[in-house]
Design a protein around this ligand. Structure first.
Ligand SMILES: [Zn+2]
Length: 438
């Protein structure tokens, strides 16, 4: 029983006892002051009336204020004060405008404008005009534990989305699975590798608003047991404020390069030292991989680096070259066009869209030609062991170990390892080739 409920009941009991006593002892007189029952809080009559207006499509704030009968000088003053916080023209359709009025004469007391999910401007009417302040939506931090086992005929997605023990909004459950797939993108292929009997458990932190939506959320620690092998993932801010996921030994879960520059891949031609070229009509080596894709499909940088070239280059057509650390270079050819801002000197992150699939240069049809080179030497990205991103730096290891201990304790407390022999931890998984690329 929650505390307020218990207090309420005590109040009711006290009232009831007194009532009965009064009934049975009609001559007893009023009860002693000390025995007086506790009364519930008294609510003062409201001083204000609240109305909410919604900005319609194509409607201006002036119109909405007009509807709320805030006009003329009053409106001008209000808009002037509001401009210190936001440009009234930038308010979108659907924005809520709350008007609080004095009950006594109906005159406006305050106007509130929700800027976004996290902040509201409140304008209070004072004797000399309006004064404003920003109110931040309060949040609470929830820690959520998610654990389960994949049943026959179910995917990880279904297991999490239909988990009735889990207290999370449906959209956030789906987002959580996507996040998990991202964390393990370099280790596990969620669409092919997850099998019945696989297990997952994780600790998830969310900063929630009063309406239940999350402002921030993050998986703190996760563990996947896939076909008997354990894959740990711990969030740690090793370099500055941008955190990454590491395994329990402090090794990065990510490789420097993603295997593919497209989200969904259909390989039409592999890396080969000798291949008949359909356009040139002769044999020549093919130092890259061709991916068939619809024209316009976004092409993503496979690794972080700096664009060294973005333009036309003969048979390559529209080409983007990216320089990566340790002498690596990637090339993306036959592009229909470049993503906004992509030019020599531009820094890109792994997964950033750099261009769109096309058929420019020596291409028979729309496809992406992708190359990975190191020190000028062509590599076969489908077969090579992709280099891993750096792990937790030596000097941060003690800190990492301490955090890991706390996170593991959380995991073991709320989502304990099922009884049975401890599973062998996967050793170095970078050698493992993801399925679906044979
Ligand atoms: Zn090619």
């Amino acid at each position: 029983m929650s505390n307020p409920t218990r207090v309420m009941l005590l109040v009711l009991l006290a009232t009831a006892t007194w009532g009965i006593t009064a009934f049975w002892e009609p001559d007893g007189g009023p009860p002693e002051v000390d025995d007086a029952p506790v009364l519930g809080a008294l609510y003062a009559a409201p001083v204000e009336r609240v109305e909410t207006h919604v900005l319609g499509r194509g409607e201006t704030l002036d119109r909405v204020l007009g509807r709320a009968e805030i006009v003329g000088r009053e409106m001008a003053d209000l808009l002037l004060t509001l401009r210190e916080y936001t440009n009234p023209r930038r308010l979108r359709a659907g924005s809520e405008v709350t008007v609080r009025r004095w009950l006594s004469d109906g005159s406006p007391r305050a106007v509130e404008l929700r800027l976004n999910a996290d902040s509201t401007v409140r304008l209070d009417r004072e004797s000399l005009g309006w004064s404003g302040r920003v109110m931040v939506t309060p949040t609470t931090v929830d820690t959520v534990f998610v654990a389960g086992e994949i049943e026959n005929g179910r995917t990880l997605y279904e297991a999490v989305v239909y988990d009735d023990k889990l207290d999370l909004p449906p959209a956030e459950r789906a987002a959580l699975v996507v996040e998990l797939a991202e964390i393990y993108a370099f280790k596990l292929d969620f669409t092919h590798d997850i099998q019945p009997g696989d297990r997952y458990r994780l600790v998830y932190e969310r900063e929630a608003r009063p309406d239940g939506t999350a402002r921030n959320r993050r998986v703190l620690i996760a563990e996947m047991v896939n076909q008997g092998r354990e894959y740990g993932a711990v969030y740690f801010e090793a370099g500055g404020d941008r955190g990454e996921y590491f395994d329990r030994e402090g090794r990065s879960l990510q490789t420097m390069f993603r295997r593919y520059p497209l989200d969904y891949v259909r390989i039409t031609s592999s890396f080969a030292w000798r291949r008949y070229h359909p356009v040139l009509g002769r044999y020549r080596s093919h130092l890259g991989t061709d991916f068939g894709a619809a024209p316009g499909t976004p092409v993503k940088a496979t690794g972080a680096g700096v664009v060294s070239f973005a333009g036309w280059d003969g048979g390559y057509g529209n080409l983007v070259k990216i320089r990566h650390p340790n002498g690596y270079e990637t090339r993306y050819a036959h592009l229909r066009g470049f993503a906004r801002g992509i030019a020599a000197g531009k820094r890109v992150d792994q997964g950033d869209v750099i261009g769109y699939v096309g058929a420019t240069g020596l291409a028979t049809g729309p496809h992406l030609h992708y190359e990975l080179r190191q020190n000028g030497q062509a590599l076969d990205p489908r077969r090579m062991r992709l280099p891993t991103k750096p792990g937790v730096p030596e000097e941060r290891l003690p800190e990492f170990k301490e955090l890991l201990e706390q996170r593991v304790a959380l995991l073991e407390t709320y989502a304990p390892t099922p009884a049975g022999p401890r599973l062998a931890r996967a050793v170095d998984e970078t050698e493992r080739t993801p399925s679906g690329e044979n």
